[in-house]
Design a protein around this ligand. Structure first.
Ligand code: XIL
Length: 371
């Protein structure tokens, strides 16, 4: 048989094809591995993500990753008051119903975020309530009864009140709610939520309590008061929006103190940034405008340590779970909210697992003494 001599352009084409082929093979092995393992499959407690429901159901690739890794789901903003009741008497259940449908269909826990948060109180409520505390008190009661009641037995737990303490220092935050009722609105919100669904696990949720001991102590003082007065609080949510320079020892100390209450502990909004954000939410300081291999490795280590600390310090029966706040750098809130670049999550802009993903996985897998 006579073989035709291959011409150079043909050989070049074949080489290119081989390179492309091996590259796609590597890519799919990589993806397949993370899909096969899946964070939830190696975890003893629920692994959750916050997400925008419409984005999720309209993106097959994102959904595949969500399904393989997570068994708990939280809405980033679709279940806040601003979204549920944007105008008087105009309840908007559509997105909450969609996320519930998704959670049920895929056997995931639905976590409710949140009932009362100063940042998501609609303008119309502030305007109407400004001169009418009696109306406002009734409104809060009815809103919580109606909302929690509607999802009774379907939403497993709620962030009942979010961020009721000042960013730093441990004073109650002087919000619209506080200015009307003093701190009593917090206890009342918990009472109403419990009345509407006695089985729901009720959380107080805040940021920086893993690093600001004064703020943590103030939250724990409130928890103790609630326990004494029989206010139904069941858990503490550490948002855990941390930075690479947040010391692990301080986080460990805070988790230990909070776990000593005996309440459920939820790492509820985990992400880890390199740059720094202003705690008053007035933007960020962009010290890094690109990410290096070393930075990625350091972040992987930080994720691993965080997961390990949670497993080692929080007794098993108090481990409500770890929830990340979006799971891709593409979708993370950090860039838009603080107007700076960053790489806070476990998947990159192209939805590929970062070293942080493997750090998280490793943190779940490492053998450790059981609590
Ligand atoms: C953020 C959402 O991720 C953003 O999309 C939205 O613009 C603002 O709120 N602490 C919380 C969350 O409790 O509700 C916030 O979510 C992030 C900080």
């Amino acid at each position: 048989m006579i073989h035709k001599k291959q011409s150079y352009p043909q050989i070049a084409k074949i080489l290119v094809a081989l390179v492309v082929l091996s590259f796609t093979a590597c890519k799919s092995v990589n993806q397949k591995n993370t899909m096969e393992v899946g964070l939830k499959n190696v975890s003893e407690f629920p692994i959750g993500t916050a997400i925008n429901i419409n984005k999720l159901i309209n993106d097959q690739e994102l959904m595949a990753l969500q399904l393989s890794n997570f068994n708990s789901i939280t809405a980033t903003s679709d279940m806040k008051m601003q979204s549920i009741l944007p105008a008087e008497n105009q309840f908007n259940w559509k997105k909450a119903d969609t996320i519930l449908y998704y959670a049920k269909k895929h056997n995931q826990r639905l976590f409710g975020h949140n009932l009362i948060w100063h940042s998501s109180t609609p303008k119309w409520v502030e305007e109407k309530g400004a001169n009418d505390s009696a109306w406002l008190g009734e409104f809060m009661k009815e809103y919580i009864h109606k909302y929690v009641g509607r999802y009774k037995g379907k939403v497993a737990g709620w962030d009942v009140v979010n961020e009721a303490f000042e960013s730093a220092g441990g004073e109650y935050r002087k919000t619209f709610w506080y200015n009307n009722f003093g701190k009593d609105y917090i206890a009342n919100a918990f009472r109403y939520a419990h009345e509407a669904d006695p089985d729901a696990v009720l959380f107080y949720n805040d940021f920086n309590i893993e690093r600001d001991t004064t703020k943590l102590n103030a939250v724990l003082k409130m928890v103790e008061e609630f326990k004494k007065e029989g206010v139904p609080i069941h858990g503490i949510g550490f948002q855990m929006h941390i930075r690479m320079d947040t010391p692990d020892e301080v986080i460990a100390y805070s988790l230990e103190k909070a776990a000593a209450t005996g309440l459920q502990i939820h790492l509820s909004e985990v992400d880890i940034i390199f740059n720094s954000h202003n705690d008053e939410r007035l933007g960020g300081i962009e010290n890094f405008s690109s990410i290096t291999t070393e930075m990625k490795q350091a972040q992987a280590e930080k994720y691993k340590n965080l997961v390990l600390m949670y497993r080692k310090i929080v007794p098993k029966k108090q481990q409500y779970g770890i929830t990340v706040w979006d799971f891709t750098d593409r979708d993370s809130w950090i860039k838009g909210f603080f107007n700076m670049k960053d790489w806070p999550t476990i998947y990159d802009d192209d939805l590929k697992p970062k070293p942080a993903y493997y750090g998280f996985l490793e943190g779940l897998k490492v053998k450790t003494e059981k609590k």
